[in-house]
Design a protein around this ligand. Structure first.
Ligand code: GRF
Length: 209
């Protein structure tokens, strides 16, 4: 099976991007990063992409008067790269229904955008998953990889993995333990997508043998 062409969307430090790059370069997943898309000038993720000679599309949303114009520019610049999956790896922007529809993967009959969220959805959606779960005092938290739909962190769940809050945890220790899991399950989810192992039944994502 040929490698799935993917685009990684980032806004921050890009540790997930780094992990996906390494999994791709090491031949551990059946995908190739064609381009990285970033909305934050100076984000360290840009540097990571450049070190691996991956093209970067930088479009600062603050330079646009509305979401539609920003997305239209991204769609235009992505076109030559023909991505078959968009991977939101710490991309801190909500996208419009039109954008989601545009990237629907007709070949695979699957949504064409996936996201990683640092909590066990549907608990603690939004931008501060680790902080919210930690402040709430949960004993068990986790990581969710899910399809992107019109809501915020509300699409069908692809993979979830749990970890424990320990008595002497600080927020940093708690987050570090979660990030290690992120770096493992996100590439795994991409590989399942690439190898046609995913099927959505209702809201439930079946992982086929
Ligand atoms: C991760 O915790 C991810 O779950 C969340 O944003 C963070 C991005 O981290 N959506 P990084 O930029 O991959 O280091």
């Amino acid at each position: 099976m040929s490698k799935l062409p993917i685009a990684i969307f980032v806004s921050g430090s890009g540790t997930n991007l780094q992990s996906i790059i390494e999994h791709c370069e090491g031949g551990k997943i059946n995908a190739e990063i064609k381009v990285v898309v970033c909305n934050v000038p100076g984000a360290f993720a840009i540097e990571r992409a450049k070190r691996h000679t991956i093209p970067v599309i930088l479009e600062d949303h603050k330079q646009y008067s509305n979401r539609e114009e920003h997305e239209a520019k991204i769609i235009e610049r992505l076109e030559p790269f023909c991505p078959e999956l968009l991977v939101f790896a710490g991309y801190m922007r909500l996208v419009t229904p039109a954008f989601i529809t545009h990237f629907y993967n007709k070949k695979k009959k699957l949504p064409g955008i996936i996201n990683i969220h640092p909590a066990l959805l549907p608990s603690f959606p939004g931008t501060h998953g680790y902080e919210s779960a930690f402040e709430y005092g949960v004993k068990i938290s986790g990581i969710t990889v899910h399809f992107v739909d019109e809501g915020e962190d509300s699409g069908p769940v692809i993979l979830q993995e749990t970890f424990h809050r320990l008595n002497n945890d600080t927020l940093d220790k708690f987050r570090d333990r979660g990030l290690q899991i992120e770096h493992e399950i996100f590439p795994r989810a991409i590989n399942l997508y690439a190898n046609n192992k995913l099927e959505i039944r209702g809201r439930y994502v079946v992982i086929k043998d």
